[in-house]
Ligand binder design. Structure first.
Ligand code: NOJ
Length: 562
């Protein structure tokens, strides 16, 4: 039996502040902009906001490189603005979860500035410094954003590790002072009243202290570090310590970003009996289709694989741990472009994806703009992109495919993180109502067609469908706590399952294809009374469930079984 918790019942709305709403006409979103839209988020039905980093940062990686954990990024406002945001959100019944980025800091953080001065000072050991080997880096690891993962520093006369950009040196979690420095900072925010943390790349904080070379894939220059940095030897010790020292003292929500983990790993991070985290973000479904270029390709998502992954996570964690449910975020392409279809069936498929998101077991996360069906951006040239990962990858792929620049741009357009970072589309006025001046990154040209104002005024819009799905989830505990029971696993276009909780059973039928699809319904289900609770097909009527049913393109239905 599942125990009830507020964070299991939460609906999270993720905000990327830089692209949400600019209130002071500098082309960059800010905290006052978020304050203005709290009612919008509340009316949608969300109960928690996850704020991507708002801390002081030189923005090498849009705030994931923190210079001062206790200050707000100048472009976003002040700590007073933050306090105001938190208190108004709380008045409206919205909780705020902060991004916690503690695998690394900015190289401009005071700890690193001291650390690099020489090898003797007490901060040196706050980061991961190594002597070179044969006049080269300590090992062959490559950084996630391209290039080597080690950088030589003249004053320290050693190399430091940066799993991400050069300006993101990795903290040395082996050092107790680092851990306690982080715990003090977390407590400072919790004492302010924040409601939890989303923990950035948290499964990478314990590194294999041997720092061995990684495997080099054919055609690649650097070795893969991931096996030696993720789920490392002391990871669970560190998280249990963090839980004991900080998390357990507050009634908060925690979610770890943990790429590359399996369901077995997840049970260790987020098992109900583990005293570590409430839940984790797994990556299997968003990494579908990765190949020798990693995520950089434009292959369609194979639906049978998607079903298998979701089914494995739903059943693997049932009653042992809690899933986090997401189809997009600030690092992923827009969900409708990736898992649905952003052409003729954009609205229909965005609603289908909402039906999936809100009918699985776990806590659903909506990424800003998903609720109006925002799509990938059709940028034509590389100078329109801003993301460090995209720009580095463009250079790498261009060197790899010198004869085929069109292919390079296809891959960038399909997978760039900037797809999710274009300005939120509020209305059809210039710059999508995001700002009165040219934004830091161009808006998606489809904003006159796809925007909040339009979605609010149309009762059949994607926004209103999200709102209804959220209401439905709140009304039927089976959608939150119920066991997930799939059927028709062998069907390649449809995804069907029941959710069962006490005497409540819901039936969910989803068609992930652009054509009609027939779903065979097992006899035991077909015989039961059923009531259609919601459908994204306005012509779908209640009575039609028999031993088989034909779904329209991207149709999704939820029934209550009697
Ligand atoms: C994951 C974050 O979501 C991403 O945006 C960031 O670039 C890396 N971690 C490094 O902090």
């Amino acid at each position: 039996m599942q125990s009830k918790k507020w964070w299991k019942e939460a609906i999270v709305y993720q905000i990327y502040p830089r692209s949400f709403l600019d209130s002071n006409s500098d082309g960059i979103g800010d905290l006052q902009g978020i304050i203005k839209k709290l009612d919008y988020i509340h009316d949608l039905g969300a109960t928690v906001i996850w704020l991507c980093p708002v801390y002081d940062s030189p923005n090498a990686d849009n705030g994931y490189d923190i210079r001062d954990y206790h200050a707000i990024m100048k472009e976003f406002g002040t700590i007073e603005d933050f306090d105001k945001l938190l208190s108004i959100a709380h008045q409206k019944g919205l909780k705020i979860v902060m991004d916690l980025v503690v695998n690394h800091t900015s190289d401009e953080h005071k700890w690193f500035r001291k650390s690099r001065q020489n090898q003797e000072n007490e901060y040196h050991n706050y980061y991961i410094w190594k002597d070179g080997k044969n006049k080269a880096a300590p090992n062959n690891w490559g950084a996630v954003f391209g290039g080597p993962a080690w950088k030589y520093d003249k004053s320290a006369k050693q190399y430091y590790l940066h799993l991400f950009a050069e300006k993101q040196p990795d903290l040395n979690w082996e050092n107790e002072k680092v851990r306690h420095g982080v715990y003090d900072m977390m407590s400072w925010w919790l004492e302010k009243g924040v409601d939890g943390f989303r923990m950035d790349v948290i499964n990478a904080i314990s590194k294999d202290q041997r720092f061995p070379d990684g495997e080099v894939q054919p055609g690649q220059k650097y070795g893969n570090s991931w096996n030696y940095v993720s789920n490392g030897p002391r990871i669970h010790e560190f998280l249990q310590e963090m839980n004991r020292e900080v998390l357990s003292k507050y009634d908060i929500m925690t979610v770890g970003e943990t790429s590359g983990i399996t369901t077995e790993d997840a049970l260790k991070y987020a098992g109900f009996d583990r005293n570590e985290l409430n839940m984790v973000f797994q990556f299997e479904h968003v990494e579908l289709g990765s190949d020798e270029n990693g995520k950089w390709n434009d292959k369609p998502v194979p639906i049978p694989e998607l079903k298998k992954i979701i089914t494995r996570w739903q059943t693997g964690l049932d009653r042992k741990a809690w899933n986090s449910l997401y189809l997009g975020n600030h690092d992923q392409p827009r969900s409708v472009s990736r898992f649905g279809s952003d052409g003729k069936y954009r609205e229909q498929s965005a609603k289908l994806l909402a039906t999936l998101l809100f009918t699985l077991q776990g806590t659903p996360y909506i990424y800003q703009g998903e609720e109006i069906g925002m799509t990938n951006v059709p940028f034509q040239t590389i100078d329109q992109y801003r993301d460090i990962e995209t720009l580095n990858t463009y250079r790498k792929l261009s060197a790899q495919y010198p004869q085929d620049p069109a292919r390079v741009m296809r891959y960038i357009r399909a997978k760039s993180r900037d797809n999710a970072r274009t300005p939120m589309q509020w209305d059809s006025s210039p710059h999508a109502g995001f700002s009165s001046v040219k934004p830091w990154i161009s808006e998606n040209p489809n904003y006159p067609e796809i925007n909040v104002e339009k979605s609010l005024s149309d009762p059949h819009s994607v926004y209103h469908f999200y709102q209804k799905m959220i209401q439905l989830r709140k009304a039927y505990p089976a959608l939150i706590y119920g066991t997930f029971l799939p059927f028709g696993e062998e069907e390649s276009k449809t995804f069907c399952y029941q959710r069962q909780w006490k005497d409540q059973t819901l039936l969910i039928l989803l068609n992930f294809s652009e054509g009609n699809a027939s779903v065979p319904i097992p006899k035991a289900i077909a015989q039961r009374n059923r009531k259609l609770l919601i459908s994204n097909d306005s012509t779908r009527a209640d009575q039609t469930l028999s031993q088989s049913i034909t779904l329209q393109p991207f149709e999704g239905n939820v029934y209550l079984l009697g």
